[in-house]
Design a protein around this ligand. Structure first.
Ligand code: NAP
Length: 227
């Protein structure tokens, strides 16, 4: 019996990452990353072939130790969904906020990808970067978040060019009904109506579509908006 392909999903404790794990579970064994170990264990318990892999991705030493402990030689899919959305005008945004935003949204992504490159190369794997509409456009009050997502798009472009055996997909959703979006709307001072936003499962379905593309095809970018 052949074993199923292996996918590692970051930010799997909730939101888009959890939905992506659910969507990949019928076809993939799963490693579920996040910091909330209880949420990860609960989700892993619902999905056959899934294991919690609780790691703070901004803690370099823990990431190296956790990847080493996995001892995997092949990784078929790496979905980077972990992220923070810290809003504020340029006038309001402290150096700490700039650093935190880049640390989670860019540096942690680059670092985890780098450590897993041998396993990804061995599988000719997929790297999916959950970016944002803010990866193309910086609106007022979104400067440091958009800058981090522009940087994430540049990272993806460089990785795709450098590692032609990998498929690197950049996913750019509009507003999605998650805890992050609730915090965004609270910051903006608007009424939250999740029914007007994308569902996390809709972003997950687009990610699965990219991962399941025929082998010679690369879904390079996905832009997804609520209708
Ligand atoms: P969310 O509900 O706030 O979930 C964020 C996830 O990131 C959580 O699972 C969280 O896990 C994880 N995370 C944060 N910091 C981490 C760290 N240091 N180490 C490990 N995991 C960490 O957010 P979401 O809405 O699903 O967003 C997922 C991605 O989509 C983000 O990259 C976001 O920028 C992007 N996006 C979201 C929207 C939207 O409207 N929601 C739109 C466009 C793009 P723990 O709390 O367990 O650590």
């Amino acid at each position: 019996m052949t074993s199923r392909p292996l996918a590692l999903v970051t930010g799997a404790s909730r939101g888009i990452g959890a939905a992506t794990a659910r969507a990949l579970a019928p076809t993939h064994d799963l490693l579920l990353d996040g910091r909330d170990a209880v949420a990860l264990e609960t989700l892993a318990g619902e999905l056959p072939g899934a294991s919690a892999w609780p790691v703070d991705l901004t803690d370099d030493g823990s990431v190296v130790a956790a990847v080493t402990a996995l001892g995997i030689e092949r990784l078929d899919v790496l979905v980077h969904s972990a992220g923070v959305g810290l809003l504020g005008t340029v006038a309001e945004t402290s150096p700490e906020t700039w650093r935190r935003q880049f640390d989670v949204n860019v540096v942690a992504v680059a670092s985890l990808t780098r450590i897993l490159l041998p396993a990804l190369r061995a599988a000719r794997g997929d790297v999916v970067l959950v970016n944002s509409g803010a990866g193309y456009t910086a609106r007022p009050g979104w400067g440091s978040y958009a800058a981090s997502k522009f940087a994430l798009r540049a990272f993806g472009d460089a990785l795709r060019a450098e590692e032609p055996d990998l498929r690197v997909t950049s996913v750019h959703p509009g507003r999605v009904d998650t805890e992050m979006q609730q915090a965004v709307v609270a910051h903006e001072g608007g009424e939250y109506d999740g029914s007007t936003y994308l569902r996390p499962g809709s972003v997950a379905a687009a990610i699965v579509g990219a991962v399941q593309a025929t082998p010679e095809a690369l879904v390079q970018e996905i832009v997804l908006r609520p209708r």
